[in-house]
Structures are given as structure tokens and as C-alpha cells.
Design a protein around this ligand. Structure first.
Ligand code: C2O
Length: 563
């Protein structure tokens, strides 16, 4: 696919229409959505440039469904970019056709064309989100997915009075595709973002009028469910509410063991549901988010705010700011992630694989490749086990399903080709990084343990890794090099958190386990767009079919976009 970038004239507002259809989804009286938005229209004061949106809203519409529903979404692309949408965290059982990664798993919807995503929500309930899965379009093309439990099934935590989505985003004042094309030519990283936003609004600390602030009105004494999504492209974020504790109850649409905290940490791609009780003296309180970065890498440090406003309190009352952890507070990160555990009750058991059929060890590396046309003569790149991913010419799921040879090789190495002191002194060498579209083939119903190891190639950095088509259990993590002799003894195999996107700590490792029961071709990548763009840190699992048709990939939809 080619990356065209003719940016449109300013008068043309780009719209992708999106129709959400719910089959047998009656109006739900038990839970009402409440969004108290002080501003009715998307601001053109701060954001005075054309952006790609869905239905003209920013963020885009929330998709509501119930566990067990079938969802149909017809997407018509009126923008000048080919695109595909990913339903981040939905397992898409046997149905990778509905999974999003454009030019990787499948081919995108072309400008002027439509495609209907058709999938079932099976065995999942909670907060997920959707986003464009091509170029950097997800900077503005994203929204929340709310899956309610089956009718009559309560939450495993106290029923909140009301709930609201808190979608955290990252904003550039100029057109992102223009920025990215330019820096790709120069071989440099792009400028950091200009602002963060909460539900599309940057808040009063950003030079904008106060109108561009998301506000949530609360009744004194009531408990609220906040569905928090990190839709930022590159920033892990701390989030807190002045004066109020939060009780974490769900992560990546999996119920978690509840714990109370003053702040949460959420990486791009992740979701966190928290309960908040309006138990402070009635006033106005800021909610705020700001990046976490504990590596020597530049980041947009601006704080985004929204307001928690008790009913009846006038807008003239000045809100107080919450205390967020320091931007480089590794200790907060480590202690926070150590509290994340699966709920693990008889109704919601943690079915962590106790036996492992296959052990994999992947090193995450940055590198510099020669680039004669680039400003410094080099170009930043990224790799997994020293392999930089090359985009295939046709969708890998198509290539696998239709047995088209020559598109990929199924020989992705299970460990780095040359062992070294991964997190020792900084290394600038590339260690012989090679290019390739190499996948890992795995047998149906086998179990995998994978250690993701950060390295100090150019720099250590934390990486939120996302696996399509699956949840996995985070059985362990640590700082330094993973030690296969000592570290497994410390694994949590009782109630590890089950999730879909996990942070690999800066200069450390994370171990995940999962059962391979979803046939198809499934993308795994770092959810920092910067790194994905560098070919980086990505690979795919080819999961073979099981024995029966019920364990095999569905046939492709009739309107699957051609390559
Ligand atoms: Cu949320 Cu492959 O992405």
C-alpha cells in the first residue's frame, strides 16, 4: 500500500460514516450513559484544522453491546486515506477477517468504498475501544466500546449509580500524516504531541478557553464507574482525581481484584475501569493525566484536565489539581502493576495454563539503519529478535487462508539469534538486524509462554505490547534480564492479571502465558505508534486450525476489501 499524503483543503471536513447496529439489543434501563459535556460542539478554537473523524465527532461514537451480541458496523470511507478499523481487544474468535490491522492481517477499505465488520462478542464484557489501524490515523479516529454483561448478570462489584467514559487522547496541532511523512524522509523521530485530551478536550491548562473542558457532574454520596481508555499514540499516562480515591475493578475487559489507589497508570491500548465515590465536600475537582516516562526519551509533558463537578456547584469555583506521580516514578509503576490481579472467583476463574508447550523469548530492540537520503545518513528502526518487520504485499490472513506462497515465512525465531547482556551498558550496534515478514506458526490448543525482554539497544524504554485475537496472563515481570533459572519460581500462576495489552518495563521483562485456541493470523505489536511505524517490535502468530470445522477459520466475508 502506498502512503499518499495529499492533505485536503481546509474547508473540507473529512468524515468516515459509521453505523452501529445491534441485533436484539433493547434499550438498557439498568445502566444509563451519562456524559455531562459542558461544550456541545467540537471545538474549532483550539483544534482549527480538518481532522479525520467518524461521524464528525471527536472522539468517535461509543459502541454499546452486550456479551453475546452480534455487532455489525458498516464503515464507508470518504477520507482520502485507505483505512481499516480495529476493535481493540475483541477476540474475534475464528474471525480474524473482522480484526483490523490494515496491510498486515488484511487489506484496508479503499477511499470511496464500504465494508461491513460483522462479529460476535463471545465471553467478554467490559470496556474496550476501536481505532484506525493504519498510518497515524488513530490520532483522531477512535472511540470506546462498552460491552455490558448478559442481561440479568450483575457486575461482580457494587452496582454504580452511573457511568461515564474517560477516553485519553494525544493531539498534534498540525496534520499527523504530514508530520510522519516528513520525519520518515528525514529518518528522525517525530515531534512530541502538542496536547493530551480527555474525551477530545484539552482542559483549561491548555491555552484554550474553558469551554474545551470535559466535565462530569456527580451527586454527593453516589458511586460512579469510570471507563478509562488510553487512546494516545505514544504516551503512557498517569491519571488521578483530586481528593478522590479510585477502586480498580476491571482491566482490558477482564474483572480484576479490586484495590484502591490515588492514581492509575495506563499505557496506550489499555483500558481500566474504576469506581469513584463522590464522598468529598461538594465542590469542583480536577481529573488530570500526564505522561510517565522513565527513559531518556523526550515526551509531551503537558497535563490534561477535566472536571468532576458536584451538582449545584457553580462553574466559578476554582477546582483543585490532583497529585500525580512524578513523570519518571518507576517505583509507582512497579508497585501499581504488582497490585493488578485477576478476580479469580468460581464465576470468573483465572484459567492460566499450568503447563507450557512452547517457550518463546523475544528481545525488543531499537536500531539505526543506513539511509543515504536521511538527514543524519541513518534511519531509526525497531526489531524483535533482531528482525524488522516488512509489510507484506497482501493481507497475511488471506495468504494463510488461501495458501498463497511467497508472502511470509513461518520461521520467526523463538529466541534472539545472538545472546548478549540485553539490559547492560547502552549498545549502538545493530547486531545484524535483518528484514523480513516472518511469522511464528503454532499448533491449535497448545500453550505458549513468552518472555518479552526490553534491551538497551540505543536506549531502554517501556513498551506496551498488544496481541490481537487473545487475552493472555501476565505471570511475571522484572527489571534487568529475565533469568530462566530463577525467575519462573516467582511466577504468579494462581491469579495473574488477564489482559490484552501489557507494559514491558523500561530495561526489564514481562512473561505472559496463553492457550492458542483461536485459529487465524494474529498480530502482536508494541502499541506505541512510533515503534510500530519503525517496523518494529512486531510479528504475527499463525494459529493452525483445530480438527473440527468449529475450530477452524470462518470463511471470509463477501465484501472483504481486495488487496
Ligand atoms: Cu489497538 Cu493492533 O491495535
Amino acid at each position: 500500500m502506498e502512503m499518499h499524503n495529499h492533505w485536503c483543503s481546509a474547508s473540507l471536513f473529512l468524515i468516515i460514516s459509521c453505523f452501529v447496529g445491534f441485533l436484539s439489543f433493547p434499550a438498557d434501563a439498568a445502566v444509563k450513559k451519562n456524559q455531562f459535556d459542558v461544550v456541545k460542539n467540537v471545538s474549532r478554537l483550539c483544534y482549527s484544522k480538518p481532522i479525520v473523524t467518524v461521524n464528525g465527532t471527536f472522539p468517535g461514537p461509543t459502541i454499546y453491546a452486550r456479551e453475546g451480541n452480534r455487532i455489525l458496523i458498516n464503515v464507508t470511507d470518504y477520507a482520502q486515506y485507505n483505512l481499516s478499523i480495529s476493535w481493540h481487544g475483541l477476540k474475534q474468535y475464528r474471525n480474524g477477517w473482522a480484526d483490523g490491522p490494515a496491510c498486515i492481517t488484511r487489506c484496508p477499505i479503499k477511499t470511496g468504498h464500504s465494508h461491513t465488520y460483522d462479529f460476535n462478542v463471545t465471553g467478554q464484557r467490559g470496556t474496550l475501544w476501536w481505532h484506525a489501524h493504519i498510518l497515524w490515523l488513530r490520532a483522531t479516529v477512535y472511540g470506546a466500546i462498552v460491552i455490558m454483561p448478559k442481561e440479568g448478570t450483575p457486575f461482580p462489584f457494587p452496582q454504580p449509580y452511573q457511568e461515564t467514559n474517560i477516553v485519553l487522547g494525544e493531539w498534534w496541532n498540525s496534520d499527523v500524516e504530514t508530520i510522519v511523512n516528513l520525519v520518515n524522509k528525514l529518518g528522525l523521530p517525530p515531534q512530541t504531541s502538542d496536547a493530551h485530551n480527555i474525551n477530545g478536550k484539552p482542559g483549561p491548562l491548555f491555552p484554550c478557553s474553558e469551554k474545551h473542558t470535559f466535565a462530569m457532574e456527580v451527586d454527593s454520596g453516589k458511586t460512579y464507574l469510570l471507563r478509562i481508555v488510553n487512546a494516545a499514540l505514544n504516551d503512557e499516562l498517569f491519571f488521578a482525581i483530586a481528593g478522590h480515591n479510585m477502586t480498580v475493578v476491571e482491566i482490558d475487559a477482564v474483572y480484576a481484584k479490586p484495590f484502591t489507589t490515588q492514581a492509575i497508570l495506563i499505557a496506550p491500548g489499555q483500558t481500566t475501569n474504576v469506581l469513584v465515590k463522590a464522598d468529598q465536600s461538594p465542590s469542583r475537582y480536577f481529573m488530570a493525566a500526564r505522561p510517565f516516562m522513565d527513559a531518556p526519551i523526550p515526551v509531551d509533558n503537558k497535563t490534561v484536565t477535566a472536571i468532576l463537578q458536584y451538582k449545584g456547584i457553580p462553574n466559578t469555583v476554582l477546582p483543585t489539581l490532583p497529585q500525580l506521580p512524578a513523570p519518571n516514578d518507576t517505583n509507582f509503576e512497579l508497585s501499581y502493576t504488582s497490585k493488578l490481579k485477576s478476580l479469580n472467583t468460581p464465576q470468573y476463574p483465572a484459567q492460566v495454563p499450568l503447563q507450557v508447550d512452547r517457550h518463546l523469548y523475544y528481545t525488543i530492540g531499537l536500531g539505526q539503519n543506513p539511509c543515504p537520503t536521511c538527514q543524519n545518513g541513518t534511519k531509526l528502526t525497531a526489531s524483535l529478535n533482531n528482525i524488522t518487520f516488512v509489510m507484506p504485499k497482501i493481507g497475511l490472513l488471506q495468504a494463510h487462508y488461501f495458501n498463497i506462497s511467497g508472502v511470509f515465512r513461518a520461521d520467526f525465531p523463538g529466541r534472539p539469534p545472538v545472546p548478549f547482556n540485553y539490559t547492560g551498558a547502552p549498545l549502538t550496534a545493530n547486531l545484524g538486524t535483518s528484514l523480513g515478514t516472518r511469522l511464528s506458526k503454532v499448533a491449535f490448543d497448545s500453550t505458549i509462554e513468552l518472555e518479552l525482554q526490553d534491551t538497551n539497544l540505543l536506549s531502554v524504554e517501556s513498551h506496551p505490547f498488544h496481541l490481537h485475537g487473545y487475552n493472555f496472563f501476565v505471570v511475571g515481570s522484572g527489571i534487568g534480564n529475565f533469568d530462566p533459572k530463577k525467575d519462573p519460581a516467582k511466577f504468579n500462576l494462581i491469579d495473574p492479571l488477564e489482559r490484552t495489552t501489557v507494559g514491558v518495563p523500561t530495561g526489564g521483562w514481562t512473561a505472559i502465558r496463553f492457550r492458542v485456541d483461536n485459529p487465524g493470523v494474529w498480530f502482536m505489536h508494541c502499541h506505541l505508534e512510533l515503534h510500530t511505524m519503525w517496523g518494529l517490535k512486531i510479528m504475527e502468530f499463525v494459529v493452525e486450525n483445530g480438527k473440527s470445522p468449529e475450530e477452524s477459520i470462518l470463511s471470509p466475508p463477501k465484501d472483504l476489501p481486495p488487496c
